[in-house]
Design a protein around this ligand. Sequence first.
Ligand code: NAP
Length: 247
Amino acid sequence: MNQSSTPKVAIVTGASRGIGAAVAQRLARDGFSVAVNYASSPEQADALVAELKAAGGRAFAVKADVASAEEVRAMFDAVEAQLGKVDVLVNNAGVLRTLPLAEHSDAQYDQTFDINVRGTFNTLREAATRLNEGGRIVNFSSTTLALNMPGYAIYNATKAAVEAFTHVFAKELRGRGITVNAVAPGPIATSLFLDGKTEEQVQAFAKMPPLQRLGQPEDIASVVSFLAGPDAGWVNGQILRANGGVA
Ligand code: NAP
């Protein structure tokens, strides 16, 4: 994808840490100019941008709460001004609160839907008119959707919505040469997964896949790299479950 002299531009939402940071590192290595989006961790985003620049890449940290349509519009404006028109959008930003459905407060429900669903909606809506022809969109679902574990009802509902967006939006972009896919990770060793779990619970998750380990952020970054790169040109409207075979 990056054979021309002008580097392609990628936005990675929620790239200050976890999977998003690994995706930003990988896409920078692949030759993309990378916009590192964050909501509340400027130090981590700035440190990542400094690292990417030190390695010879072009990168830029951009604050935006993806749940805000206004901030997402401003993020696209800022990225276009700093790096150029966008080729790849990675909708990685997301939150997880594991709690039985009956124990969710209205505020917790709203926050999860606002970030995971509205956040993806906001960036997709901008991408519809602003992504370059031939661009790539990678959304984030989760393998938990296939596992139906107690405590995941609200989170899984948000990821079901993301999968629905993925299938339909791929068709709505007919004629633009843009692919829309989603990656659905299994358990990955990030704070989203690890926080609030005992060592015993973590080990139980690590034993679930036949590959018998937790995923690492780089396991998902390589899948995003594939979906954003030249070899995935014929993959469109698909959900790629990268989970060590857990489901
Ligand atoms: P993480 O380590 O908690 O990182 C989440 C990232 O999202 C952070 O960079 C955070 O940035 C950002 N973020 C949170 N709210 C935001 C908002 N409103 N606007 C913009 N950015 C926001 O999570 P992760 O494990 O890397 O998860 C990344 C994605 O993978 C999520 O969509 C998650 O649902 C999905 N996933 C993860 C796993 C797993 O096991 N880890 C499994 C399946 C799917 P700030 O700190 O700046 O807010």
